[in-house]
Write a protein that binds this ligand. Structure first.
Ligand code: ADP
Length: 261
C-alpha cells in the first residue's frame, strides 16, 4: 500500500524537529532518507506510526488516515526495524520473530498455526530459520539484523521503516542486508523508508532520496537530483566529490574536507 505524508510538523517542547514534511512512497519502492545529525530523520519515522504524535499534517496508508486507525491496525500496517536492537533477555530467535504476530492475535491470544507458519516464512525469507532455537543474545550483528527484519516481515506490514539498518555491520553484511531489503520490498510490494548515514549505500539501494536539513526537506527526488556536491555541502557542511561508479551503477560521495562555520 502506498504511503503518503502531507505537511507534517513535530516539536519536542520548544525544539522544532519537523516542519512541513511531505512525501510519497509507492509499493515496491525504497525511499532513502538522509541528512546530517539532528535533521529529523528518526523523528520522521516515529511520526509515521504515531510513536510520536505530529502537531500537524496527515499520514495516509493506502488512502487511510493513521489518526483514525487505532494502535493495533497501525501495528499491522507499519513495521519498524529500530536503530539499536539490543535485547538482553535470552529469548530465542523464534520468540522474537513471533512477537511480530502480536498485532494479529486475538485479545487472549496465543499464537496459532497460521502465526507459526508466517513466522517460519519470514525466517526463511531472511535465512534465519536455521537458527530459530538459538538465543537472540548470542547472534552476530548481521544475524541479529536479519532476525529483526524477520520480525518485521512476520507482522505482514505494508510499510517498512528502517533506522540505520547497516549500522555496526561490516561491508559484506551491509551489502547483504541492503540486498535483502531491496528484494523483500520488491517481492512483498512494501513501501519502504530507510534512514541512512551511509550516502553511498543509500544512493545504491534506494529508488529515490529525501535529504532533510533542520527538520525541513532540502531536496527530494532521484539519486542524481538529490546527491549533488552543492546539496551535500549546504547540508552536511562538507566539501565533497560525487562520482558515478560503473561497477555498482551508482553514485559515490567522496568527502574532501569539512567547511568551518
Ligand atoms: P536525526 O535522526 O536526523 O539525527 P532526530 O529526529 O533524532 O534527528 O532529532 C531531530 C531534532 O530533535 C534534533 O534537534 C534533536 O536534538 C531533537 N530531539 C530528538 N529527540 C528529542 C527528545 N526526546 N527531546 C528533545 N529533543 C529531541
Amino acid at each position: 500500500m502506498k504511503l503518503k505524508i502531507r505537511g507534517l510538523d513535530f516539536s519536542y517542547d520548544s525544539v522544532k524537529a519537523l516542519e512541513s514534511v511531505s512525501l510519497e512512497v509507492n509499493e515496491g519502492e525504497i525511499l532513502g532518507v538522509i541528512g546530517p545529525n539532528g535533521s529529523g530523520k528518526t523523528t520522521l519515522l516515529k511520526c509515521i506510526n504515531l510513536t510520536l504524535r505530529p502537531k500537524a499534517g496527515v499520514v495516509l496508508i493506502g488512502g487511510e488516515d493513521v489518526f483514525n486507525m487505532g494502535r493495533r491496525k497501525i501495528a499491522r500496517e507499519v513495521a519498524v526495524v529500530p536503530q539499536n536492537s539490543s535485547i538482553s533477555f535470552p529469548f530465542t530467535v523464534l520468540d522474537i520473530v513471533l512477537m511480530g504476530r502480536i498485532p494479529h492475535l486475538s485479545r487472549l491470544g496465543r499464537e496459532g498455526e497460521r502465526d507459526l507458519k508466517t513466522a517460519e516464512e519470514a525466517m526463511r525469507a531472511t535465512d534465519t530459520l536455521r537458527f530459530a532455537s538459538r538465543p537472540i543474545d548470542g547472534l552476530s550483528g548481521g544475524e541479529l539484523q536479519r532476525v529483526m527484519i524477520a520480525r518485521a516481515l512476520a507482522q505482514e506490514p505494508s510499510i517498512l521503516l528502517l533506522d540505520e539498518p547497516t549500522l555496526h555491520l561490516d561491508i559484506n553484511h551491509q551489502l547483504e542486508i541492503l540486498k535483502l531489503i531491496r528484494k523483500l520490498t520488491g517481492e512483498k510490494g512494501l513501501a519502504t523508508i530507510m534512514v541512512s548515514h551511509n550516502l553511498n549505500l543509500a544512493a545504491r539501494y534506494s529508488d529515490k532520496l529525501l535529504l532533510l536539513n533542520s527538520g525541513r526537506i532540502y531536496s527530494v527526488g532521484s539519486i542524481e537530483e538529490v546527491l549533488t556536491p552543492e546539496n551535500i555541502k549546504n547540508t552536511y557542511k562538507v566539501e565533497v566529490d560525487v562520482r558515478y561508479h560503473e561497477a555498482t551503477r551508482s553514485y559515490n560521495v567522496i568527502p574532501i574536507f569539512p567547511i568551518d562555520a
